[in-house]
Design a protein around this ligand. Structure first.
Ligand code: ADP
Ligand code: ASP
Ligand code: MG
Length: 418
C-alpha cells in the first residue's frame, strides 16, 4: 500500500481538488490511502470560530458563515448537479457543527477546540471523496476516529499504538482508493482529539507504520525538501536525498515542510518518505530514506519567527544549577512553552522559546518571584545545519545578534531586525 498525504494548500479550491485527481491519474491510485487536511486555511478559520464562541462574541455566526461560504463555493465549482449527494453530506456536517455550538456544556477549551476544529478535515474529505466517485474512481471514505485511538490530551493527543494497530490491520480494504482525515483521532469515550497543528503528516506516518506501507508521499506546493524555506531564501535548492536522522534534525529545528513526529515511525520500519510537488507529480522530489545524510551536501537554513528570548539571572548572585534548571523546565512544560535553544552560565540562564498558547505573562509572574527576568519579544531564531562562514554571514547580515550557539554540525543564532 502507498500512503499519500495532501495538505491544505493542495486542496484549497476546486482547481486544487481537480489537480489531486490529475495527480492520481498520473501516479496511480490502486492500493492507495489518501490522508487529507482541511482545505486551505480552514483550521485557522475554525480557530476564529472557537475564539468567538468562548468570547461569546456576536461575530460567532458570521465566522461560521465564512467557513460555510468557502466550502459551498468549492462544492458548487466542482459539481454542476445540485442533486449530487455531496450537498446534503456537507450540509449535514455544518448542521452537526452548529448543533455542537448551540448545545455544548463543556467549559474545557482544549476539548471544545478539538470538537470544532475537526470539522475542517471531516468536510474536506467528504468533498474530495464525492468528487473522486463523481470522476469514476471507486472510493471509500473512512472516519479516521475509528482507527487512530489516543489519550484525552486534547489538542496534542498521544497515540495508543496498540489499539490503533489493531483497528488499522483489520479494517482497511486494498484495491480501492481509501480517503481519510489527517490530524484527528478519538479518545476512549470516542470524543474527537487532534494530534497537534500540522499533524496530518504524522497521520500518514501512523497509517504507513501500521500497514507496513511501501512508502509515504506528501504532496506539496514546493518541489520537495529544500535547503531553506523558499519563502524566505531566494536561492533555495532541492535536496534529492536525506537520511532519516538528518530529516529528524531538520524537522526538529523547525523545517516546517515535514512535521517532526512523522519521521520516527517511518524510520523504525525503514519506510521511505517522498516529498513531491503536486504541480509536477512525475518529478522525483526528495526521498527521505536509509542512505546518505544529505545529497547534495549543502548548508540548510531553518527560520523560526516570533520567538521569545528569556534570560533569567539569580537575584542574589547564587549559581543557577540543576535544581533551579529542573524547576524552570517544569514551569515551561506546565505553561506549554516550547524551548528551542538553551544557554547557561554560572548565574544566568537564557532560552529561546515559542509561546504558542500565550502563557508567558502568567509564567513571568511566577519566575519573577525568584529570578531577575529579562525578555525580548518577536525575535527570530535561525538554525543552520552544516554551517560554514558564508552561511553564517547570510543570517547575521544586517541584524542584531542577541545570542549564538555553535556545535559541530549546527549553528543557532537569535536575531532581532535592525
Ligand atoms: P501543507 O499544505 O502540506 O500543510 P505546508 O504549507 O505546511 O504544506 O508546507 C509547505 C511549505 O513549507 C512550503 O510552501 C514552504 O514555504 C515551507 N517550507 C519550510 N521549510 C521548507 C523547506 N526546507 N523546503 C521546502 N519547503 C519548506
Ligand atoms: N488542518 C490541520 C492544521 O492546519 C492539520 C494539517 O493541516 O496538517 O494544522
Ligand atoms: Mg500544513
Amino acid at each position: 500500500m502507498r500512503v499519500f498525504k495532501f495538505g491544505g494548500a493542495s486542496v484549497k479550491d476546486a482547481e486544487g481538488i481537480k489537480n489531486v485527481y490529475d495527480v492520481l491519474q498520473k501516479v496511480g491510485y490502486e492500493d492507495v490511502l489518501l490522508i487529507v487536511s482541511a482545505m486551505g486555511k480552514t483550521t485557522n478559520a475554525l480557530e476564529l470560530v472557537i475564539k468567538n464562541y468562548f468570547d461569546k462574541s456576536p461575530e460567532l455566526s458570521s465566522a461560521v458563515q465564512e467557513v460555510k461560504k468557502y466550502h459551498n463555493q468549492i462544492v458548487m465549482d466542482l459539481f454542476e448537479d445540485e442533486k449530487n449527494a455531496v450537498f446534503a453530506a456537507v450540509n449535514s456536517q455544518f448542521s452537526d457543527l452548529e448543533y455542537f455550538l448551540a448545545n455544548n456544556k463543556s467549559p474545557n477549551y482544549n476539548f471544545v477546540y478539538d470538537q470544532i476544529v475537526s470539522f475542517g478535515e471531516l468536510i474536506s474529505t467528504t468533498i474530495l471523496s464525492h468528487f473522486m466517485t463523481f470522476m469514476g474512481i471507486q472510493t471509500q471514505w473512512l472516519d479516521v476516529r475509528n482507527f487512530i485511538k489516543t489519550d484525552a490530551n486534547y489538542r496534542d493527543a498521544e497515540v495508543d499504538w496498540e489499539l490503533t494497530q489493531k483497528n488499522i490491520s483489520k479494517n482497511i480494504k486494498s484495491k480501492i482508493l481509501n480517503i481519510t482525515q489527517g490530524f484527528l483521532g478519538s479518545d476512549e469515550n470516542n470524543f474527537t482529539t487532534t494530534l497537534g497543528r500540522e499533524g496530518s503528516d504524522y497521520t500518514a506516518a501512523i497509517f504507513a507504520y501500521c500497514l507496513n506501507a511501501e512508502s509515504v508521499t506528501i504532496w506539496k506546493d514546493v518541489p520537495g525538501v529544500m535547503n531553506a524555506d523558499p519563502r524566505y531564501f531566494e536561492n533555495a535548492s532541492l535536496l534529492n536525498q536525506i537520511s532519516y536522522r538528518e530529516a529528524i534534525e531538520l524537522a526538529f529545528y523547525g523545517a516546517s515542510v515535514i512535521h517532526p513526529k512523522t519521521l520516527q515511525p517511518l524510520q523504525k520500519k525503514e519506510i521511505p518518505l517522498y516529498v513531491k510537488s503536486f504541480i509536477n507529480p512525475l518529478l522525483k522530489g526528495t526521498s527521505v530514506s536509509k542512505g546518505v545524510d544529505l545529497e547534495p551536501h549543502l548548508s540548510c537554513f531553518i527560520v523560526k519567527k516570533n520567538q521569545l528570548l528569556i534570560s533569567l539571572s539569580s537575584i542574589d548572585f547564587s549559581f543557577i544549577m540543576e535544581e533551579n534548571i529542573s524547576e524552570i523546565f517544569a514551569l515551561f512544560h506546565r505553561f506549554k512553552l516550547k524551548v528551542n535553544l538553551i544557554q547557561n552560565s554560572a548565574i544566568s540562564f537564557s532560552v529561546c522559546v515559542e509561546d504558542k498558547f500565550n502563557n508567558f505573562n502568567e509564567l513571568n509572574a511566577i519566575l519573577s518571584k525568584k529570578f531577575k527576568v529579562d525578555f525580548e519579544e518577536n525575535v527570530t531564531l535561525y538554525t543552520i545545519r552544516h554551517f560554514n562562514d558564508t552561511a553564517a554571514h547570510t543570517v547575521e547580515e544586517n541584524k542584531v545578534v542577541l545570542l549564538k550557539q555553535v556545535s559541530r554540525e549546527t549553528m543557532q543564532v537569535v536575531t532581532k531586525e535592525i
